[in-house]
Write a new protein. Structure first.
Length: 412
């Protein structure tokens, strides 16, 4: 199971829950965005055990002037056979299903989110949980289908707009419960929410568990992106005055002329100033930050701060996904109480490293391919310092190493 051309290059997906979020809305929205996923999704749902007399109905739909898709899992007319609601048995059935392991683990992750929330609400162990509202085949199908599409899109990050809380009561096997339902409320902790004044159950337990399993982040900052795909999925409920819709926005990184002359990538930048830490101790802290594997560079320079005091300005370049970890290290190793952080684009030329043997000493060099096919060679300063003495010797060694490296390139 690999991404097709329509999904390749997608680096971020944003969910806009205008009407709310449920399992069928999520699946309908993703399939509306990438219809070529439908066949594989149906195969995964059937492999999970959905009986043949249950229909998977994926249709075009409209709601309050918007067009999109709706997904219905339809039971047979003679009555629906509910699978066991025991988490233990649902887990065993999924583990034994003839599905890809990655889809199994994704589905089990979503079910586990639900089970842990229900267990906390009812004060029992996870294995003792007996699902009621999500034990029907339609909910199982939604979760397995969601796990399948998430796996296909595994290279992308996700973000979610504020989820509407709703209000009122919802009927359950335990009697009427407040909206959001207790388990849903636990799953929504840490996710953005909004009270838009519209009542009813706006986020279902299944929808909240799917959202939680995506480990959503904020949308990429300081980065030029293009919207490449848009899709809309509708829920079955009609909401007065608003479309019960979930919109998908998929982004890819545009190919710029600069990117074609090298490797385009993003990098994290952290900046702050220090005016109350001794130079000796600041040097120790910055060295420890510099030693982190995810940090590329640490720079410092003097600046005039408030009240005319001389301060030290710090700039750290790191992997974009490491901004949080590097930021924590800055707070631990320096006296700063605030950071400025952003993600920037950069273009890196292709390069290789090798060693040149001069007078019995190996000296490392970087060979860089520049636009137009020109190649340049530069000796690494640390390697020069290890192999030579005074400045005159270092300069002579550098010239000789770079001449040898250039000759090697020309002979390639």
């Amino acid at each position: 199971m690999v991404a097709t051309d329509s999904q390749s290059g997608i680096i971020h997906i944003h969910l806009d829950p205008l009407g709310g979020l449920s399992g069928d809305m999520f699946l309908a929205a993703v399939l509306d965005t990438w219809p070529d996923m439908l066949e594989g999704t149906v195969e995964a749902i059937r492999a999970a055990g959905l009986p043949n007399n249950w229909l998977i109905d994926y249709v075009a739909a409209k709601d309050h002037g918007l067009t999109g898709s709706r997904l219905n899992i339809i039971p047979p007319k003679e009555g629906k056979l509910r699978p066991t609601g025991s988490f233990r048995k649902i887990r065993k059935r999924l583990e034994d299903a003839p599905m890809r392991n990655s889809v199994k683990s994704g589905a089990l992750r979503i079910f586990t989110c639900l089970a842990e929330a229900e267990a906390k609400v009812h004060g029992v162990s996870v294995d003792e949980i007996h699902f009621h509202e999500i034990a029907d085949w339609d909910s199982v199908a939604d979760i397995v289908g969601a796990a399948h599409v998430i796996e296909v899109l595994r290279e992308a990050s996700w973000s979610i707009g504020p989820l509407p809380l709703g209000n009122g009561r919802v009927d359950t096997e335990h009697g009427p419960l407040p909206v959001p339902a207790p388990a849903t409320t636990l799953l929504l902790q840490g996710l953005p929410v909004i009270d838009d004044g519209i009542g009813g159950e706006r986020v279902t337990p299944t929808g909240a568990a799917i959202a939680r399993s995506l480990t959503p982040t904020s949308r990429p900052e300081g980065r030029t992106l293009e919207i490449s795909h848009i899709g809309t999925g509708f829920g079955t409920r009609t909401i007065p005055g608003i479309a019960n819709a979930l919109r998908v926005l998929a982004f890819h990184d545009p190919k710029t002329p600069e990117a074609r002359n090298g490797s385009a990538e993003t990098i994290g930048v952290i900046c702050f100033e220090i005016d109350d830490q001794t130079p000796e101790d600041l040097a120790i802290g910055l060295q420890r930050i510099s030693d982190m594997e995810t940090v590329h560079d640490v720079k410092q320079w003097p600046v005039y701060g408030k009240k005319g005091r001389i301060s030290t300005a710090i700039q750290i370049l790191c992997e974009d996904k490491a901004l949080d970890a590097v930021g924590r290290m800055c707070f631990l190793e320096t006296t700063t109480i605030g950071l400025r952080r952003r993600i920037e684009e950069r273009t890196v030329l292709d390069r290789t490293s090798s060693s040149v043997l001069v007078n019995g000493f190996p000296v490392r060099v970087k060979k860089v391919l520049r636009p137009g096919g020109r190649r340049t060679v530069k000796a690494e300063a640390d390697s020069i310092s290890e192999s030579a003495g005074p400045e005159a010797d270092r300069s002579a060694l550098r010239r000789k190493v770079e001449d040898i490296g250039t000759e090697e390139i020309n002979n390639d």
